[in-house]
Design a binder for this molecule. Structure first.
Ligand code: SF4
Length: 96
């Protein structure tokens, strides 16, 4: 187990895209634990890019829900990628 929190948010996938607060969005961030492996930038360039010092940056902090993004976050060896629900601030996982 990676130690990443594995729960948050309500039920089925349809609940990920709409709700009382409007269309659901996720907030994606990369923290200082990043080891600059390039895994995320290679596997999901629409979400991650590298700056001139080869530090990983998010292309856009707010994104539409996407299971592929969760898979990339899970694959980060440094657990440096966080995906949270924009409205609740709770971690989003592929168990949701
Ligand atoms: S996969 Fe993780 S450690 Fe590797 S570049 Fe991306 S955020 Fe950094």
């Amino acid at each position: 187990m990676s130690g990443r929190q594995r729960t948050a948010g309500p039920g089925p996938d349809t609940a990920r895209t709409t709700g009382a607060a409007g269309p659901q969005q996720w907030r994606v961030t990369v923290d200082r634990a990043c080891r600059r492996t390039g895994i995320c930038t290679a596997s999901a360039p629409r979400y991650f890019t590298a700056d001139e010092q080869n530090r990983t940056r998010v292309v856009s902090e707010l994104v539409a829900p996407d299971e592929d993004l969760l898979a990339v976050a899970e694959s980060c060896p440094a657990e440096a990628i966080s995906v949270t629900d924009r409205h609740t601030g709770l971690p989003v996982t592929d168990d949701d």
